[in-house]
Design a protein. Structure first.
Length: 575
């Protein structure tokens, strides 16, 4: 690979040309206190920082940005920090998923419009990782992803707490009358003890792990807890490495392949990762024309054992334990030839070279291949007349007795309807019922919120029941658990079969056969379809209207049609 010369740098068009426009660029950079020696003949590195006061997962990013800059300076680059939309999972309503593509657009357009030769992408909270990667892949500049890292374990009253998973667990116990309000307050005070992303294997750690396996993050970077000093050193290493990537013109399209994405999917399966990884990885792959669909996910899941004993698929451990047990490098080394070890990564080495010598230090956290947590990956793709374009289930986090089940539907028209009626003592529901929520998909939600782990009715909880079959066109948090069928496609808001279900209809779930069936005749469904009317749109203007017009269905990645396609190969001439 030929090294670039300073005149071949993209930033040379801004800083190196003898004309009035470049005079303006240079003089205004000097206005900020920089000298010509700071940038002349050096790669200009954009550090895209998703810090905000409303993103606890990224509270350390003010510090980490300075540590990334230190690495860029050390390697002979010129770092410039740019803020990007934070997407705080806990606060944005109705869902950060509504704005994932907005951040992807922002990343792409920042990179296109600014004098950057390479990018460091600072993210980690659920949607920031896929959004930043999607935008960077479309722009196709050398880039490296710097993961936020998981927070430390939670504690309360002798219990080790995992974010999300234990919130649902203790909320059910509070509603059932088994713990007090004071107990609940103790859980609230103890469940989030440091900056960083969820310390369960939720969407955040799933996506940072998948991005590392894909080859866009440094080996071992996704497993380091946010509060560990190794995380600061990793940030500086990202800064040093991106400068070398620019000189080598190491763009994503130069090394990401079908094998790279297969590696990412297999790792997501082996760690018991979030169902959200399916939507995000499909969207990421489609940005550079790599074929990835639901059937590919299911085939790779069937061929990949679940090795990571981390909640919610596992019973005991959290991300901090995973790091101490050897982290993702050790898990990938243990997967051996199940991965394509020849795939190239941002480190400049192959995946195999990056994980060589990594050791598992606790076989209960990272299971051996001959003694996995489960023989297959944690996710399954379902087909049937209720989901002709597919649906997904995280069967590794479900009650095994419900993985083959037939029961009568209890239908909720939307989230507000569910909230009103769920705990009504007169609700006709039994433990064998199938809870159905519709109008919660990409358009119907809007944005496909994480409503898929439908809460159980209070009268069912008081019977000691803690899981039921639940079906929706929504997503669920990667920290969630239970027999929840998600991403039903097409969604109900566009007339998918979920819109035709009535309370009392029998629904059959058969995970082993990968089937989801509404036990209603085609003739009856045709009659119901003829009488169906689409719900009123949520938005009549602005971004919400653009979203409804452009968003694809869950099986296609929920990207915008206008953003899909192969990576950018040319830019307009700069005048």
């Amino acid at each position: 690979m030929a090294r670039k010369t300073p005149e071949e740098l993209r930033s040379h068009r801004w800083y190196g040309v003898a004309d009035l426009r470049s005079f303006g660029h240079r003089s205004r950079t000097k206005q900020m206190g920089y000298a010509q020696q700071d940038w002349q003949g050096k790669p200009v590195i954009g550090i895209l920082n998703t810090w905000s006061d409303l993103n606890p997962c990224h509270q350390h990013f003010r510090i980490r940005a300075e540590e990334v800059k230190r690495g860029v300076w050390q390697a002979g680059g010129f770092p410039l920090e740019i803020p990007a939309l934070a997407l705080p999972e806990n606060y944005m309503k109705p869902t950060t998923m509504l704005y994932r593509n907005l951040l992807a657009m922002e990343v792409e357009e920042i990179a296109r419009s600014m004098p950057f030769d390479g990018l460091v992408l600072m993210g980690g909270c659920d949607k920031t990782t896929p959004a930043m990667v999607m935008g960077a892949l479309s722009m196709d500049l050398p880039c490296i992803f710097m993961p936020a890292g998981p927070m430390l374990r939670g504690f309360w009253n002798g219990h080790t707490l995992g974010s999300g998973s234990d919130s649902w667990k203790f909320w059910d116990e509070l509603r059932a009358g088994n713990i007090t309000e004071n107990d609940w307050q103790g859980v609230e005070d103890g469940i989030a003890r440091s900056w960083g992303t969820c310390m369960t294997m939720g969407t955040a750690s799933t996506m940072t792990s998948a991005t590392e396996a894909l080859g866009l993050a440094l080996p071992g970077s996704s497993s380091i807890p946010a509060a560990d000093s190794n995380h600061a050193r990793m940030a500086t290493a990202c800064g040093r490495r991106i400068v070398e990537m620019v000189w080598d013109d190491m763009k994503p399209t130069a090394f990401l392949t079908q094998a790279s994405f297969d590696n990412a999917v297999k790792v997501a399966m082996a760690i018991g990762g979030s169902t959200n990884s399916i939507v995000h990885l499909i969207a990421m792959a489609r940005r550079i024309g790599v074929g990835l669909d639901l059937d590919r996910f299911d085939a790779l899941s069937r061929a990949t054992p679940l090795l990571a004993n981390i909640r919610p698929s596992g019973s005991t451990y959290l991300m901090e334990d995973f790091y101490y047990a050897g982290g993702l490098r050790a898990l990938m080394e243990r997967l051996g030839d199940l991965l394509d070890r020849s795939a190239m990564t941002v480190s400049g080495k192959t995946l195999g070279e990056g994980i060589a010598g990594a050791k598992v230090l606790n076989d209960d956290v990272i299971r051996p291949l001959d003694s996995p947590l489960k023989p297959e990956g944690g996710l399954s793709v379902l087909r049937g007349n209720l989901c002709p374009d597919g649906a997904v289930i995280k069967h590794s986090a479900a009650d095994p007795r419900l993985l083959q089940h037939t029961g009568p539907a209890v239908v909720f028209e939307d989230y507000n309807d569910m909230s009103r009626r769920l705990d009504d003592p007169d609700l006709e529901v039994t433990p064998d019922s199938v809870l159905v929520l519709r109008n919660a998909g990409p358009i119907g939600g809007p944005g496909m919120p994480e409503w898929g782990m439908l809460p159980l009715p209070k009268k069912i909880l008081k019977q000691g029941v803690r899981d039921m079959v639940r079906i929706s066109d929504a997503r669920m948090s990667g920290t969630s658990y239970g027999t929840c069928v998600l991403h039903v496609a097409p969604e109900s808001a566009v007339g998918g079969p979920l819109a035709l279900v009535r309370s009392g209809d029998l629904i059959t779930l058969d995970v082993a056969a990968r089937r989801l069936t509404l036990e209603v005749s085609e003739a009856e469904l045709a009659t119901r379809r003829a009488a169906w009317t689409a719900p009123a749109p949520h938005y009549v203007r602005g971004f919400g209207r653009l979203h409804a017009r452009e968003v694809t269905q869950a099986n296609e990645g929920c990207d915008y049609r206008v953003l899909e396609g192969t990576a950018a190969t040319a830019e307009p001439e700069i005048h």
